[in-house]
Design a protein around this ligand. Structure first.
Ligand SMILES: [Fe+2]
Ligand SMILES: [Fe+2]
Length: 137
């Protein structure tokens, strides 16, 4: 049985809009897991892709507004994550709709963890130092 990625406080960036979207992505991943072996798993996977795209767009805008010094590199990492999603998606070939144990869930969990921990923790200290962690700032 596929293990679902659980939200951890260590994922928090301190920026409420970003953290809310990150939680939404973890929830969407749980929805895919819940639908595995059914056609709905594929729909949820597309919903995950759309959420991820929207999140990257919004996060890029926030980091641009915050004048984050590594914004351009960060934007590149988002493009790479979308490419990795594309590779996982092609490899799956809708296997998730037929089996409850498709390897794509582990790959998608890793993709998300990598975004939270390797990607986004890079701007956490910056936003907090600049007092920009809360979007009311
Ligand atoms: Fe990011
Ligand atoms: Fe993010």
């Amino acid at each position: 049985m596929t293990k679902t990625l659980q939200w951890k406080t260590s994922f928090e960036t301190g920026h409420s809009a970003i953290d809310e979207q990150h939680r939404g992505l973890v929830e969407c991943l749980a929805n895919i897991t819940a639908c595995m072996g059914d056609k709905k798993a594929f729909e949820q996977c597309l919903a995950f892709r759309d959420l991820m795209k929207q999140h990257f767009d919004d996060e890029d805008k926030i980091l641009l507004w915050a004048d984050f010094p590594r914004q351009a590199d960060h934007q590149v990492s988002h493009r790479e994550s979308l490419e990795k999603f594309g590779a996982i998606y092609s490899e799956c070939g809708e296997a998730c709709t037929k089996s409850t144990d498709s390897p794509c869930m582990e790959n998608l969990s890793y993709l998300l963890l990598d975004h939270f921990l390797r990607g986004d923790l890079d701007f956490k200290s910056y936003l907090q130092t600049k007092n920009l962690a809360d979007d009311s700032a």
